[in-house]
Design a protein. Structure first.
Length: 428
């Protein structure tokens, strides 16, 4: 698999010819929304086995082989050239597929309103072959220990048909907002807590959930130890059923990090108690803030490098957004950016005939355009390059895998690159 960035005056036919494939295959692989109007700077996934590399100034056979974790002899033999032959700038070398490691992937799916939209269900069906876990969001805990169920529709069946572990996501949300008072009750009132655990067990058996996932946020700092104790109790209970236990964690960079989203999340304790965690490494760029990358690579790395000092990397799923934002400029406090999928972002750039740029520091694509009301906009989103950078980080830090928030936003390149990089773990 190859990632190609569109240059000035390039056409699909010319790009396809350069890689020995067809324009139709590129269109299908990328589900191109703009096949007849490519955008300069747009990233395309080229569906070929292995990849090609064009020799650049200063390259040698040895330096290229090191970049792709091959020996000079292997690279020379594959390309049928003498190992000591000088390379020409622009010379094309074939790079064979690299070995894949196993990894796990989770996809949250959030039905809203009074019914599950066909688009959302279709998205879950399309993603499920690439997932280890499918996670309907969410069962909301109530103050008496009962549960308010989400719309499940065909999600249990989709999970079963694709050997996905059905993840039971439980939140301390009231009116779609995380509640510290609800958390206080569930974590400290033992009578309600026991009722809560009983209801979880009965519901999980009813629908076939095999992982119980607590997404408890905005907890009181004083409830950190109560949360740890609750998780130990839950782990003991769920282990008897043969179920996994997992949690969602705020993105911390130190044990003593201040703030209501962070203080009750004890990385070291969760790493000891639960089977795995999802660390929510996104929303640096968010709908209510100024324009920037949603999950810039350096802050993501900082969080994960701290996390692996507190827990085994094999217990960590990196959180990853499947969306971007469209901000109106200049940013005004109290304004809200519009969420959009990577496909919609590409279409928007194409319609406005503006190039896509790539921020090397953030490892994220962006562009600007002017709307029909003469308002300037800035869009940050995800593409093949940005997701490959995250996959490289997963491999570098040897963490468990990735968790997506959330299905329903079209990003076909992501699923192609999962298969190119990893062997997806299935748990029938």
């Amino acid at each position: 698999m190859q990632i190609h960035v569109v240059q000035n005056n390039q056409t699909l036919a010319g790009i396809a010819q350069a890689y020995g494939t067809t324009a139709a295959d590129i269109i299908e692989a990328n589900d191109l929304p703009n096949a007849d109007r490519l955008v300069v700077g747009q990233a395309l996934v080229i569906p070929i086995v292995g990849s090609f590399y064009w020799v650049q100034a200063g390259d040698s056979l040895w330096s290229i082989s090191q970049k792709f974790q091959l020996s000079s002899q292997e690279l020379a033999s594959i390309n049928r050239i003498p190992v000591n032959q000088p390379l020409r700038i622009g010379q094309r070398l074939y790079i064979p597929p690299r070995p894949k490691r196993a990894a796990e992937f989770n996809g949250y799916v959030e039905p809203r309103g009074s019914s599950v939209s066909p688009v959302l269900e279709t998205s879950a069906r399309e993603a499920a072959p690439y997932l280890t876990y499918l996670a309907p969001f969410s069962f909301q805990a109530l103050r008496d220990g009962s549960l308010k169920e989400p719309l499940l529709n065909n999600f249990p069946t989709i999970a079963k048909n694709n050997n996905n572990v059905l993840m039971m996501v439980i939140t301390n949300q009231e009116n779609d907002q995380f509640s510290d008072e609800l958390g206080r009750i569930l974590l400290n009132d033992q009578t309600i807590q026991n009722r809560f655990l009983n209801n979880i067990v009965n519901t999980a058996k009813k629908y076939g959930f095999k992982d119980i996932h607590f997404d408890f946020e905005y907890l009181r700092p004083v409830d950190k130890e109560s949360y740890n104790a609750f998780l130990r109790k839950a782990k003991s209970r769920f282990s008897k059923e043969g179920w996994l236990l997992s949690t969602a964690l705020a993105p911390k960079t130190s044990a003593g990090q201040k703030g209501r989203w962070y203080e009750a999340h004890d990385y070291k304790a969760h790493g000891e108690i639960v089977d795995f965690v999802v660390i929510m490494t996104y929303e640096w760029g968010y709908s209510g803030g100024p324009a920037m990358a949603v999950s810039p690579i350096d802050p993501v790395r900082d969080v994960l490098e701290y996390a692996i000092t507190e827990m085994p990397p094999s217990k960590i799923l990196m959180g990853q957004n499947l969306y971007g934002y469209d901000w109106t400029l200049p940013f005004v406090e109290g304004s809200t950016a519009k969420a959009l999928s990577p496909q919609a972002a590409i279409q928007l750039a194409s319609e406005n005939n503006v190039p896509i740029f790539y921020d090397q520091k953030a490892q994220a694509p962006y562009f600007k355009y002017t709307d029909s009301n003469n308002k300037l906009h800035e869009v940050w989103f995800e593409d093949a390059r940005s997701i490959q950078a995250k996959f490289n980080l997963i491999k570098e830090l040897n963490i468990r895998g990735m968790s997506y928030w959330k299905l329903g936003l079209s990003f076909p390149q992501n699923w192609l690159l999962i298969v190119d990089n990893f062997q997806v773990t299935k748990r029938p």
